[in-house]
Design a binder for this molecule. Structure first.
Ligand SMILES: C[S@@+](CC[C@H](N)C(=O)[O-])C[C@H]1O[C@@H](n2cnc3c(N)ncnc32)[C@H](O)[C@@H]1O
Length: 342
């Protein structure tokens, strides 16, 4: 009975009951079964608005098709270091191109997408942190973190680099700011992938800053001078006189009306909510002072929580303009907003 209820909630509408049962009982035993399981999980997590941190798509895909003789390859950037014959096999036999790089048909323009969820919440902090987990962003390069710093950083945030390569194929940015960077999943990954030469990890949460320091103390030595770590609640309060040519981040989002603030834990509020969009307003009002003339801001956001029009007024007031709003067709829950100087 419990199993039936679980199966129904996991796989509500899209297959016949027989198909559901076959897939469910066979899951994970063979490659086909595992592939089906990943499809189910993807469908389920998107439809349930989960930012699942086990869902690094490259890892799922590669581990699923990997022959035991093949080397480890923890992200799609490292794909390009695999022997040519494996790259060929991944593209031709396993149809893996979509896991490696984005093309224009993978992108959906959202400039007209409008949705409004806005409410109020409180802001709390928990300081109970042990950095007992680590996530690979490159070869011998691990991000250290604790579970109260995880909000998609090891999952959906790992979509970012492919989007960067799609938008700015041959660009190596000089100074990247990872705004609301938490334990630094995005910024450290950009460094590992060679998307930027230097990253400034910024977050308000002191333990997240400590986690970044721990990561720096363990990362490959040639990156050691490539990271600054800043603790601040505001952009204006950042202790740096650097100018950034790239600013990225997954800031807290607009609160869903269907939940009251009591629905969230203290960490959930810090990770997830921007009451009255105050954090965004301050960001857009001041980030221009830290942006190079040709600098670009690219934020990753959630379609159920906001759309570009929620921020447009703040963006324009800060002397900036929205230049692109889009999402990956295969990841409809996320959208990206690109912003430049007016
Ligand atoms: C959605 S989480 C994203 C964390 C990380 N970028 C990731 O992808 O895992 C939002 C982050 O913003 C931080 N944060 C919340 N309010 C902030 C503020 N006013 N200034 C800076 N960081 C803030 C939280 O501590 C949290 O780490």
């Amino acid at each position: 009975m419990l199993a039936t209820m679980l199966a129904k909630s996991l796989f509500p509408t899209c297959l016949s009951p027989n198909q559901r049962i076959t897939t469910f009982s066979g899951m994970g035993r063979n490659k086909k079964g595992r592939k089906a399981l990943f499809c189910w999980l993807k469908y389920w997590s998107i439809s349930n608005n989960m930012l699942d941190d086990s869902r690094n798509r490259w890892m799922n895909f590669y581990n699923d098709i990997k022959d035991p003789s093949w080397p480890e390859c923890c992200n799609e950037h490292e794909f390009w270091s695999l022997p040519n014959w494996i790259q060929h096999e991944i593209f031709e036999l396993h149809n893996g191109r979509e896991y490696v790089c984005l093309e224009s048909q993978d992108i959906e323009d959202l400039i007209d997408y409008r949705q409004q969820f806005l409410d109020q919440g409180n802001h709390n902090i928990s300081s109970d942190c042990v950095f007992d987990q680590k996530f690979p962003v490159g070869n011998n390069f691990y991000v250290y973190y604790s579970s109260n710093m995880l909000s998609g950083g090891a999952g959906v945030a790992q979509e970012y680099p492919r989007v960067m390569r799609y938008l700015y194929p041959d660009v190596k940015f000089k100074n990247c700011l990872n705004w609301c960077g938490g334990a630094g999943f995005i910024g450290f990954r950009f460094l590992a992938d060679g998307i930027c030469e230097h990253v400034t990890q910024m977050d308000c949460f002191p333990p997240a800053v400590d986690a970044c320091k721990l990561t720096v103390s363990h990362m490959p030595t040639h990156f050691v001078d490539c990271v600054d770590i800043v603790q601040s609640y505001t952009i204006a309060g950042m202790d740096t006189n650097k100018k950034f040519d790239l600013v990225v981040g997954r800031p807290p989002v607009v609160q869903l009306k269907k939940y009251s603030v009591n629905h969230y834990s203290a960490d959930g509020i810090r990770l997830g909510l921007d009451p009255g969009l105050q954090i965004h307003q301050e960001f857009f009002a001041n980030i221009g002072n830290y942006l190079t003339d040709d600098g670009v801001i690219l934020l990753q956001k959630n379609v159920e929580r906001s759309d570009a029009s929620d921020f447009e007024q703040f963006i324009n007031a800060g002397g900036l303009k929205i230049t692109k709003v889009f999402r990956e067709k295969s990841y409809p829950l996320l959208y990206y907003m690109e912003i430049k100087r007016q």
